[in-house]
Design a protein around this ligand. Structure first.
Ligand code: MN
Ligand code: MN
Length: 472
């Protein structure tokens, strides 16, 4: 048989039929959608600036929800379709729920994000003086590259309980004119020894000391007068003593505000996109959905960055108890409701970074502007420490997003054996819920200044809304 006579195939046509289009997601979004994305992101930036800690994120979200008619949940009440309630767990985690027409009958729909981010916490005895400088001892929280946290303006966000039981909130460094703080670093001229160390060792955790004062108390006697002067100022302003640091949650975070990035303003740079960039869209979806079929939950969890343990994290019972209350109101067994429920574990993924291309596998990475990333599994060392969405649930989610024109993509977290990570997905999946990770791609994840695309943020909102609004 001669090759000449064979009918040539139309590669273009066949590729269109069989292959995933590899064009940039950006080209698939209309001008009108982009405008909506820009608008959505203006309020997202405002949310970020007011929600730098989990406590602040809960407060901001509750305020937004109350404006839309959400009221505090009361387990002794009965709710009807369209009712909007919230459950505030210790001021650090939050569930917003919109009661569906079918209630819990066919399970609930959950979008669960986290509102804690890597940061510097204070130790119980933080304040000390050395060589006439006053400093705070910190204990970092979550996965940080320690060198990124030196020589960076920081703000202080604290909640303290005084001896008499009264509480005081401290926020310093966010308002114009406020003082700010920082961890010092060694000048390059004297850093020849430090520069030989690995990035992991160059800045030790015990050296993340925060500079908070340098002028001594005006007195002829006594030691540690710089420390005493700082304590005096804190006492004057907040009525606290040194011992009150023992009963306190105090976090130091980057002091800068969220800002547009790029000449085209296509991106947002900010502290704490991971995971407020999923939390905010999930909240807004819960606020926007009217009379859904299934009861919908937007869950804002704490403690994800340290493994989700603790009573405000999702490796605890707080969400299960809440769903149990809803189930029992309707005369259902909580375990039956959970078994029928579906969840988007709303968390970020690592956007492909061409500067560090070798850490990624380019055919299975998510990209900035590619839309919301649906991640089948995370984990490390051969899918350890993760749940995995089933083919069936992936199929369902994919069809749902396609049908509603939500720009989406899929990707793994970097190269196999390149490292890895996890999300809250497995804790929810372990309750016998169908779960998939779905969230926004982030550049420089866990750095003090993280980057996301405005289009992707908006697509996360569209994905959560579509999920909440879906037919049961
Ligand atoms: Mn996260
Ligand atoms: Mn994280």
């Amino acid at each position: 048989m001669s090759k000449k006579n064979e009918k040539k195939m139309d590669a273009k046509k066949l590729a269109k039929e069989l292959l995933i289009p590899r064009s940039s997601g950006f080209s698939q979004v209309s001008e009108k959608e982009l405008e909506k994305a820009n608008e959505f992101c203006e309020s997202y930036k405002t949310f970020l600036d007011h929600s730098k800690t989990e406590r602040e994120a809960v407060k901001t979200a509750v305020a937004l929800a109350e404006k839309e008619g959400f009221v505090a949940f009361d387990a002794s009440k009965k709710y009807k379709a369209g009712d909007k309630v919230y459950y505030n767990n210790r001021g650090k985690a939050l569930i917003l729920a919109v009661i569906g027409k079918n209630g819990c009958k066919n399970g609930v729909r959950i979008a669960a994000a986290h509102i804690d981010s890597p940061r510097l916490d204070l130790k119980p005895h933080p304040l000390y003086e050395q060589n006439e400088l006053a400093m705070f001892k910190s204990h970092y929280y979550g996965g940080i590259k320690k060198y990124q946290w030196t020589a960076l303006p920081l703000s202080m966000h604290g909640f303290l309980v005084k001896k008499d039981g009264s509480t005081v909130e401290i926020s310093v460094g966010e308002e114009p004119g406020d003082p700010q703080f920082c961890v010092t670093d060694l000048l390059p001229h004297l850093a020849s020894e430090q520069m030989q160390k690995t990035l992991a060792k160059a800045i030790e955790g015990e050296n993340l000391n925060i500079l908070v004062g340098s002028r001594p108390l005006d007195s002829d006697e006594g030691d540690n007068l710089v420390k005493l002067n700082v304590m005096r100022l804190l006492n004057e302003k907040y009525g606290i003593t040194e011992e009150d640091f023992v009963s306190a949650d105090i976090e130091f975070v980057p002091a800068f505000k969220a800002t547009d990035v790029g000449f085209d303003r296509s991106m947002i740079g900010a502290y704490g996109h991971d995971d407020r960039v999923c939390a905010y869209p999930a909240v807004m979806a819960a606020l926007a959905v009217e009379a859904p079929e299934a009861t919908c939950l937007a869950v804002l969890a704490d403690r994800e960055e340290v493994g989700s343990d603790g009573n405000t994290g999702l490796n605890s019972e707080f969400m299960r108890y809440f769903i149990a209350d809803l189930a029992q109101m309707e005369g259902m067994e909580p375990r039956h409701v959970l078994s029928l429920s579906k969840c988007f574990s709303a968390d970020v993924n690592a956007a492909f970074d061409p500067t560090y291309a070798s850490a990624y596998e380019s055919t299975n990475s998510c990209y900035l502007n590619g839309g919301v990333c649906v991640t089948k599994y995370t984990g490390a060392r051969g899918k350890s420490g993760t749940s995995e969405a089933s083919a069936e649930f992936m199929g369902e989610v994919r069809a749902l997003l396609e049908k509603n024109d939500v720009l989406w993509q899929t990707g793994e977290l970097g190269k196999v054996d390149g490292g890895g990570g996890g999300t809250i997905a497995k804790y929810v999946a372990n309750m016998n819920v169908d779960v998939v990770d779905l969230g926004v791609p982030v550049l420089s994840m866990h750095a003090p200044f993280e980057i996301v695309s405005k289009t992707d943020v908006y697509m996360a909102y569209r994905a959560f809304f579509t999920f909440f609004d879906a037919k049961d």
